[in-house]
Design a protein around this ligand. Structure first.
Ligand code: DCT
Ligand code: MG
Length: 422
C-alpha cells in the first residue's frame, strides 16, 4: 500500500502522481498482478472531490443504503455508508477489482461486501431488495413531501399509508408546510436546473436590494459547488455593515409575497448569541440564523431580459391560491399545463461578522460539512459551526472573514467549492 503523501503532493501540484511516485507504485505492485491501488486521506475535508465520479454504480448503491438507514433513523449506519461512498467518489479511476481498495479508509465490512457484490454480479442483492421493499418505497414517497421527515413518514407507514392517495384519504392532519408540500408534490420532486436557480437569484437580488440597498446575496448549496441541478436553491444574504441585516428577512419576504412570488414561507428568527450560547454546538448549528424555508412560484416564461417583469406581471395576474389555504387539494394532478412551477428556496441571513462561517457551512456538501466539524473537533480541539470557530484549549474564538482563513485555522489545505462534492 502507498503512503498518503503522493495523494497530497499531487493534489498540491494539481497533477496526477509524479514519475517517481509511479515507480514506487510499480515496485510495490510487482506481486499484485499489475493492479493499481489507491490511497486516500481519511477525512473528506482533506480531499478534493469534484463532480467527476468514476464509480457511480458503486456510489449509487452505497448512497441508497445510506438513504435507507437515514429513513430508518439509523444515523450511524447512514454516515458509514456516506463516508464509504465519498471515498469512492474521489478515486481517479473506475474500480475493477477488490484488491484496488486495500488500505482505503472508511470502507467497513458491510460496505466492502456491497462493493464486492456489485463488482462480481453487476448489482448488490441488498440494494435490490431494499429498493423493492414496500417500506423503502413508501418512505421515499412520503418523505418526498416537503415538511415530512423520517419520523412522520414511518408513523404513517405503520398506520398503513404508503401512497399520496392513501394519505389524502386517511384524514391525517397535515401542518401548513406538509399541505403545501402535498399541493406541489410533483414540482418539488422535479430537479431545479441551474438556469432556474439563476432566474430565482435575479428575483431574490431584486427583493434584497429593494428593501436594503447595499445588501448582498450569494448562491450557496449545491449550485455553488457547480452542480447543474439541485433539490432546492439556497441563498445567503448579508450586509457589509454589521447590524444592518437585522430585520432584513421579514422585509424581503414581504416584498416577495406582495409580488406574488411565494406559494409558502416560514421564517425562523435568528437565535444565535455568542455571549449567551457559547461555542458552537454541532447538533444545532444549522438552525440559528434567520432562515426562511419557502416555496417559490417560478414563471415558465423563457425569454431572458424581460424575464423579471414578465414574471411579475404573470404572478400578479394570477396570485397564488394556496399559500396557506387548502384550496388546491389535487396538487400533482392539477399542476400539469400551468405556466409556472413550484421551487423550494432557502434564504438565510447572516451578519457580516459570521459571513465566512455561514458561507462555508451552507456550501456543503452535507458530508463535507460533517467531516470539517469532525476534523475540527477530533484533530484540532476546535468547535466549528456556521457561526464561528472556537479554540477549545485556548478558550477563544478564531475570527475569520473568508473561507480560506477558516481552512488555514483548521490546518487544512484550501478546498474550493467545486471540490467539496464529497
Ligand atoms: N447543510 C449541512 N447539514 C445539514 C443540512 C444542510 O451542512 N444537515 C448544508 C450543506 C449544504 C447546504 O446546507 C444546503 O443544503 P441542501 O440544499 O440540503 O444541500 P445541497 O448540497 O444544496 O443539495 P441539493 O443540490 O440537492 O439542494
Ligand atoms: Mg440545496
Amino acid at each position: 500500500l502507498l503512503d498518503v503523501s503522493w495523494y497530497t503532493e499531487s493534489m498540491r501540484a494539481g497533477l496526477p502522481v509524479d514519475i517517481q511516485d509511479k515507480h514506487k507504485l510499480q515496485e510495490q505492485q510487482t506481486d499484485e498482478a499489475e493492479t493499481e491501488t489507491f490511497s486516500v486521506p481519511s477525512y473528506a475535508c482533506q480531499r478534493r472531490t469534484t463532480l467527476e465520479n468514476h464509480n457511480t454504480v458503486l456510489t449509487d448503491a452505497l448512497s441508497l443504503l445510506a438513504e435507507n438507514a437515514e429513513l430508518s433513523e439509523e444515523e450511524g449506519r447512514g454516515v458509514a455508508f456516506r463516508r464509504a461512498a465519498a471515498v469512492l467518489k474521489c478515486l481517479p479511476k473506475v474500480v475493477m477489482d477488490m484488491t484496488q481498495l486495500r488500505g482505503l479508509p472508511c470502507l467497513g465490512e458491510h460496505s466492502l461486501s456491497v462493493i464486492k457484490d456489485v463488482l462480481e454480479n453487476g448489482a448488490s442483492s441488498e440494494v435490490e431488495a431494499t429498493k423493492n421493499s414496500e417500506r423503502y418505497k413508501a418512505l421515499k414517497i412520503l418523505t418526498g413531501i416537503f415538511g415530512v421527515g423520517a419520523k412522520t413518514a414511518d408513523r404513517w407507514f405503520r398506520d398503513g399509508i404508503q401512497t399520496l392517495h392513501q394519505l389524502r384519504d386517511s384524514g391525517q392532519t397535515l401542518n401548513r408546510a406538509q399541505q403545501a408540500g402535498l399541493d406541489h408534490y410533483d414540482d418539488i420532486n422535479q430537479s431545479v436546473t441551474k438556469a432556474e436557480a439563476d432566474i430565482i437569484s435575479e428575483i431574490v437580488e431584486k427583493a434584497v436590494v429593494a428593501v436594503l440597498p447595499g445588501a448582498q446575496i450569494t448562491l450557496t448549496g449545491g449550485f455553488r459547488r457547480g452542480k447543474l441541478t439541485g433539490h432546492d436553491v439556497d441563498f445567503l444574504i448579508t450586509h457589509p455593515e454589521e447590524g444592518r441585516e437585522e430585520g432584513l428577512m421579514s422585509k424581503v419576504v414581504s416584498w416577495l409575497e406582495t409580488q406574488g412570488f411565494l406559494l409558502y414561507q416560514k421564517t425562523t428568527r435568528n437565535s444565535y448569541l455568542e455571549a449567551k450560547d457559547g461555542p458552537a454546538r454541532p447538533a444545532s448549528n444549522m438552525d440559528r440564523f434567520e432562515r426562511c424555508l419557502s416555496i417559490f412560484r417560478l414563471s415558465k416564461e423563457k425569454k431572458r431580459g424581460a424575464e423579471l417583469t414578465e414574471t411579475l406581471t404573470e404572478n400578479l395576474k394570477t396570485p397564488p391560491s394556496c399559500s396557506s389555504s387548502h384550496v388546491q387539494q389535487g396538487g400533482d394532478r392539477e399542476e400539469g399545463g400551468k405556466p409556472w412551477r413550484a421551487v423550494r428556496v432557502d434564504l438565510v441571513v447572516s451578519p457580516i461578522s459570521q459571513f465566512g462561517f455561514a458561507l462555508l457551512g451552507w456550501t456543503g456538501s452535507k458530508l463535507f460539512e460533517r467531516e470539517l466539524r469532525r476534523w475540527a473537533g477530533r484533530e484540532k480541539s476546535m468547535s466549528l459551526s456556521s457561526h464561528a470557530l472556537f479554540h477549545n484549549k485556548q478558550s477563544r474564538y478564531l475570527r475569520a472573514t473568508t473561507e480560506e482563513e477558516i481552512f488555514s485555522y483548521l490546518g487544512l489545505e484550501y478546498v474550493k467549492p467545486s471540490e467539496r462534492n464529497a
